[in-house]
Ligand binder design. Structure first.
Ligand code: NAD
Length: 284
């Protein structure tokens, strides 16, 4: 099965990156969000990111313009997802929201359409159970920033078929990414390992062990990490980090995943990191 038309649901941090790489690989893309403002900003962001690629001579202006021309926007699922081969859902990490979107997608797309979620931690098996096609539901976990990062963590739910997995592996390679297959457990591999480290860094900050810059510098220079855990949390979004930790805590039932109260406080204040202009650091 070839994938030619892709709908991306959610035009935020991840959705606009996924639309970008899919369009750059020659796919027709429908970017869907409830908010017209988000859609306008997403197109501006994709344009800027493509300009950066032109400046670095990775692509020329013709390819830039052709990539943008392949992206259409829509603000409802019914029209946006009509007739597509694949949907990649990238709405906030809230289980009930994802379940309701998959219920709708199952109704409004053709029976052969593959439904993928970019979830960071929510069970693909549970999302798939909301549909009549659990064999065609899969996790396609892109990394942030999507145009730059090579990995796609491909998560098989309990019922995901070999055929669906193969289609998504082939597509990931077409997008210039490296797919890695993992099984469906909370947080998969990436966030099962990453989030406890970020959470511990926030506890260290809360307990006054060190300032944010010091915590990040220790991890960069001492452990050879390209970004410190607090900078990375700001990039991911503190609301997203909190949501993922809530899933790990609830689903694995172990207090070692308990979200740090300081992380809750920042998220409650709307200090979400880069996307809101303030998190552990300030951004202009
Ligand atoms: P975000 O908040 O930046 O964007 C989510 C978008 O979804 C918003 O623009 C919102 O308007 C839209 N939305 C909400 N409800 C909708 C609906 N019913 N229909 C259509 N659009 C709707 O979030 P994000 O950081 O892009 O995260 C999206 C998903 O990707 C989450 O599941 C997250 O866990 C996962 N993820 C995030 C990162 C990261 O670094 N941010 C990395 C990998 C995976």
């Amino acid at each position: 099965m070839s994938i030619d038309i892709i709908a991306v649901v959610g035009g935020g941090t991840m959705g606009n990156g996924i639309a970008h790489v899919a369009a750059q690989a020659g796919k027709q893309v429908r970017l869907i969000d409830l908010s017209d403002q988000v859609l306008e900003e997403a197109i501006v962001t994709i344009g800027k990111n493509l300009d950066r690629q032109v400046k670095k001579e990775l692509i020329d202006r013709v390819e830039r313009d052709a990539t943008l021309a392949r992206i259409q926007t829509a603000n409802d699922l019914e029209t946006g997802a009509d007739g597509v081969d694949l949907v990649v859902e990238a709405v906030p990490e809230v289980p009930g929201l994802k379940y309701s979107i998959f219920e709708i997608l199952d109704r409004v797309t053709g029976p052969d359409t593959i439904l993928a979620s970019n979830t960071s931690s929510i069970s693909i098996t549970e999302i798939a159970a909301r549909t009549q096609r659990p064999d065609k539901v899969i996790g396609m976990h892109f990394m942030n920033p999507v145009p730059v990062m090579k990995l796609i963590e491909v998560i098989r739910g309990l019922a995901t078929s070999d055929e669906t997995t193969k289609v998504i592996f082939d597509l990931s390679e077409e997008l210039g990414k490296t797919p890695v297959e993992v099984n469906d457990f909370p947080g998969f591999v990436s966030n099962r390992v990453l989030m406890p480290m970020i959470n511990e860094a926030v506890f260290a900050l809360m307990e006054g062990v060190a300032q944010p810059e010091a915590i990040d510098t220790v991890m960069k220079l001492g452990m050879n990490h390209p970004m410190g855990p607090l900078e990375l949390a700001d990039l991911i979004g503190l609301d997203t980090c909190l949501n993922i930790l809530e899933v790990l805590h609830r689903e694995l039932g172990d207090d070692r995943y308990r979200p740090c109260p300081l992380l809750r406080k920042y998220a409650a204040a709307g200090w979400l990191g880069r996307k809101s202009g303030r998190g552990f650091y300030e951004y202009s």
